[in-house]
Write a protein that binds this ligand. Structure first.
Ligand code: NAG
Ligand code: NAG
Ligand code: NAG
Ligand code: NAG
Ligand code: NAG
Length: 321
């Protein structure tokens, strides 16, 4: 059985499971086991073959990278979230799991309590941190340092009795809501990189190509899970929370001697070409992220360039020239 059950072999696995259940049924009836006993036994058998580190779970956790992209935004940005859901919901990612979530601090208005709750019910893609909205007062720190407690739950009930994967994500990214991420390209760029002690992004200052130079730009940077846990536990960030978030972040990493592994994603990450600066680049195929999409026009030109609508199904119901 071990050799047969592989990810991507869903059909085969289903068939084997059915044969297995059928076998249990026959076994049960021979031994005159009551039906309700039987259903409990078969459920156990199936769930344990899923949840233990036997072939199936081992395989999938081995070759599938899990990434959390947290987009820091504000509760009132309903339109922006709606738009970004369109942009990310239509991307398909192979051999990786990328969860895009919107991150903000405590709600403050009555209407938010209804509207954001409805969004959560519909999309379940929102993280509300225990903080007051702020710039340069530690929202980024609160984001990263809250994740271990939010995502690692020891109780069996929290995950349907199945075993949780650890780490919950190999990598955690912080992204801007005016940046466009190409999730598949992001995941592909991470495949060859270490899963530990990694600090990945667009290194500042713009002309520099040395990832150890300073810090990674706030457009989007990514760290491995061990650094997330370190941020939570270390005293270094707690002593020094205020200041330009992404620069301060780089200071913690340096002071804590983290990020031995670094990846400078320049020029697969860059600012939108107009207006040209030392931080911009032309749109080109080798792109993970485009930043400073401050207008609808810039978004549209970017989405057009990357042919995002080319897989739309043809139908008699609509026509788009
Ligand atoms: C089957 O499991 C349920 C809970 O999952 C339990 O309430 C029930 O008593 C069990 N039945 C038998 C016959 O063990
Ligand atoms: C699977 O793991 C559970 C605990 O996570 C354990 O109780 C059970 O015996 C294991 N089953 C096998 C087949 O190793
Ligand atoms: C789970 O993995 C550990 C180490 O990877 C191994 O020692 C153990 O036998 C495995 N358990 C099962 C049920 O495969
Ligand atoms: C955020 O909200 C929670 C629960 O609603 C509250 O306990 C907490 O004190 C609030 N935090 C801040 C920083 O306002
Ligand atoms: C978009 O599609 C056009 C026409 O099929 C093609 O020439 C171009 O290379 C594609 N662009 C990208 C970024 O894949």
């Amino acid at each position: 059985m071990k050799n047969v059950v592989k990810p991507g072999n869903g059909k085969k696995f289903t068939i084997i499971s059915f044969i297995f259940i059928a076998f249990l049924f026959i076994f049960g009836s021979i031994n005159q086991i009551r039906f309700d006993h039987l259903s409990n036994i078969s459920r156990c058998a199936i769930s344990s073959s899923f949840s233990n580190n036997t072939s199936l779970s081992m395989k999938s956790s081995d070759d599938e990278i899990r990434i959390l992209l947290g987009i820091l935004t504000l509760p009132d940005q309903y339109q922006r979230r709606h738009f970004l859901r369109l942009v990310y919901g239509t991307q398909s990612v192979v051999r990786a799991k990328v969860d895009v979530k919107f991150v903000f601090c405590n709600l403050t208005k009555e209407d938010q309590k209804v509207l954001v709750a409805l969004e959560i019910m519909q999309y379940n893609d929102i993280i509300i941190l225990n903080c007051q909205e702020n710039m340069n007062k530690g929202k980024t720190y609160t984001y990263f340092s809250s994740l271990p407690d939010m995502l690692i739950d020891d109780s069996e009930a929290a995950n349907g009795g199945g075993r949780q994967q650890y780490p919950p994500y190999h990598y955690v990214m912080k992204g801007d809501d005016d940046a466009y991420f190409r999730l598949n390209e992001l995941a592909a760029s991470l495949m060859p990189l270490p899963r530990e002690d990694l600090y990945y992004g667009y290194v500042i200052p713009c002309p520099s190509m040395d990832p150890f130079m300073h810090y990674m730009s706030g457009m989007g940077y990514l760290i491995s899970w061990d650094i997330v846990e370190w941020l939570k536990d270390s005293e270094i960030p707690k002593k020094h929370l205020e200041g330009p978030e992404d620069k301060v972040f780089g200071d913690w990493i340096r002071e804590g001697r983290r990020g031995k592994n670094r990846h400078n994603a320049k020029w697969s990450m860059y600012n939108y070409p107009e207006p040209p600066t030392r931080c911009t680049h032309e749109l080109w195929p080798d792109t993970v992220a485009v930043h400073l999409l401050k207008t609808q026009e810039k978004w549209i030109r970017t989405l057009q360039y990357f042919n995002v609508t080319q897989n739309m199904k043809p139908s008699k119901l609509y026509h788009i020239p």
